[in-house]
Design a protein around this ligand. Structure first.
Ligand SMILES: *[C@@H]1O[C@H](CO)[C@@H](O)[C@H](O)[C@H]1NC(C)=O
Ligand SMILES: *[C@@H]1O[C@H](CO)[C@@H](O)[C@H](O)[C@H]1NC(C)=O
Ligand SMILES: *[C@@H]1O[C@H](CO)[C@@H](O)[C@H](O)[C@H]1NC(C)=O
Ligand SMILES: *[C@@H]1O[C@H](CO)[C@@H](O)[C@H](O)[C@H]1NC(C)=O
Ligand SMILES: *[C@@H]1O[C@H](CO)[C@@H](O)[C@H](O)[C@H]1NC(C)=O
Ligand SMILES: *[C@@H]1O[C@H](CO)[C@@H](O)[C@H](O)[C@H]1NC(C)=O
Ligand SMILES: *[C@@H]1O[C@H](CO)[C@@H](O)[C@H](O)[C@H]1NC(C)=O
Ligand SMILES: *[C@@H]1O[C@H](CO)[C@@H](O)[C@H](O)[C@H]1NC(C)=O
Length: 316
């Protein structure tokens, strides 16, 4: 696809669209005039956590449903990755009744999400990503508000809130994991791609695939996230294996980028970011001379958002 062409055709329209900095408290977007937030993931009202994700991958059956080759028998692959978890307010247009939106972004290396923020860059630097629903950047419409995961609140009294969910549309919400490791009969590293599965996937061998399960606990201090599901992993040499993966995140609140989490029985937030009424994120308040000066250049920056959204839309 010719992105450059698409980008240029969009620019004049989007530049107009972004003159609007209105804030609609019904919706889940933050103020559009906030400066200093180049990373698009911070566009939503909610809580953001910085932490580490640990991946555990266990190989159980080969591509024909038989015992895996000796190299992978009883083998588990484990690795960890720096990550950001976003638990944010839902959009009233969302189909489904999810209590929150969840996004987990896991970096391949020590990628700086905030400053290395353009979407093409993020895609190259992501180890993994979980999305409960498509996160459509403000000003860019997708038309699809169907969640990738059906989520429900497990407890009556929070915080901490406990949310679990499952999916029949895992492929769109959960990114493929790419790895370099030996193949069945060659110890030299080769490329492998791993995709998580659900009941909706083609399963000619009758593999006992269970629904992928996600579970999240969060309050105004910390959050945990876990994802468990069956996967299929293939390499360039034609090896294929089925297995079970467990992915766990533990993180601490990032107050700078978070709104105030209320204490009601359902998760909700009092918006503060951009309003200058919380000491935790005053930096984005627009009160100081410095941020007023920066705000002159803001509209140019915002032109990039639909581009980001476009690329996002194409890749996800
Ligand atoms: C794998 O583990 C099982 C039980 O945990 C054991 O019986 C079996 O011998 C092991 N296989 C290999 C190849 O180590
Ligand atoms: C969510 O639940 C609805 C109703 O049961 C179902 O139609 C839909 O396919 C589910 N969505 C996903 C992503 O599993
Ligand atoms: C997925 O589909 C299966 C079989 O149709 C159904 O039992 C299950 O409830 C569905 N899961 C979700 C999350 O909608
Ligand atoms: C796999 O190896 C290639 C080539 O060396 C490298 O570019 C890529 O980053 C590696 N992937 C992972 C997940 O380590
Ligand atoms: C978190 O909530 C508790 C009460 O539930 C409150 O005492 C504390 O100040 C809050 N902390 C932050 C950082 O908002
Ligand atoms: C969390 O990570 C973001 C992005 O790297 C950074 O800007 C912020 O200062 C971090 N906050 C904490 C409390 O570590
Ligand atoms: C901050 O200001 C916004 C907009 O006026 C308001 O909705 C929000 O409740 C305020 N937050 C606090 C903590 O006062
Ligand atoms: C952004 O917009 C809000 C609401 O329209 C306004 O209160 C705030 O002062 C604006 N901030 C800047 C930096 O222009």
């Amino acid at each position: 696809m010719n992105y450059i062409f698409l980008i240029w055709t969009l620019l004049p329209f989007k530049a107009l669209a972004f003159k609007d900095s209105t804030f609609d408290p019904e919706y889940n977007f933050r103020l559009r005039n906030i400066t200093g937030l180049p990373y698009f993931l911070y566009s939503w009202i909610g809580s953001y956590y910085n932490g580490t994700t640990t991946f555990n991958l266990e190989y159980l059956l080969d591509g024909n449903g038989n015992e895996v080759c000796r190299t992978f028998r009883n083998k588990t692959t484990t690795f960890a990755s720096e990550s950001i978890l976003a638990v944010t307010k839902t959009n009233p247009d969302d189909k489904g009744k999810n209590p929150v939106q969840i996004a987990l972004k896991s970096a391949l290396t020590d990628f700086d999400f905030v400053h290395g923020s353009d979407m093409g860059n993020e895609e190259r630097n992501l180890r993994w990503q979980f999305l409960s629903i498509e996160h459509v950047v403000p000003g860019y419409t997708s038309g699809s508000y169907k969640p990738y995961f059906n989520l429900s609140l497990e407890n009556d009294l929070g915080p901490p809130y406990h949310i679990t969910g499952a999916s029949n549309d895992t492929g769109r919400g959960v990114k493929t994991v790419e790895m370099n490791m030996s193949s069945c009969d060659d110890p030299a590293d080769t490329w492998w791609g791993l995709s998580f599965l659900d009941h909706g996937d083609y399963n000619p061998e009758g593999i006992p695939i269970t629904e992928p399960i996600v579970s999240v606990m969060f309050d105004n201090q910390s959050a945990s996230f876990s994802f468990n599901g069956w996967f299929l992993i293939n390499n360039e040499k034609g090896d294929a294996m089925y297995g079970e993966g467990s992915i766990e995140f533990l993180g601490k609140i990032d107050p700078l980028h978070s709104d105030i989490l209320n204490k009601g029985s359902n998760p909700s937030w009092t918006p503060t970011l951009g309003f200058g009424n919380s000491s935790m994120n005053m930096k984005f308040g627009g009160e100081s001379k410095e941020s007023m000066a920066v705000s002159n250049g803001v509209n140019d920056w915002l032109i990039f958002w639909p581009v980001v959204g476009l690329i996002f839309g194409v890749f996800i």
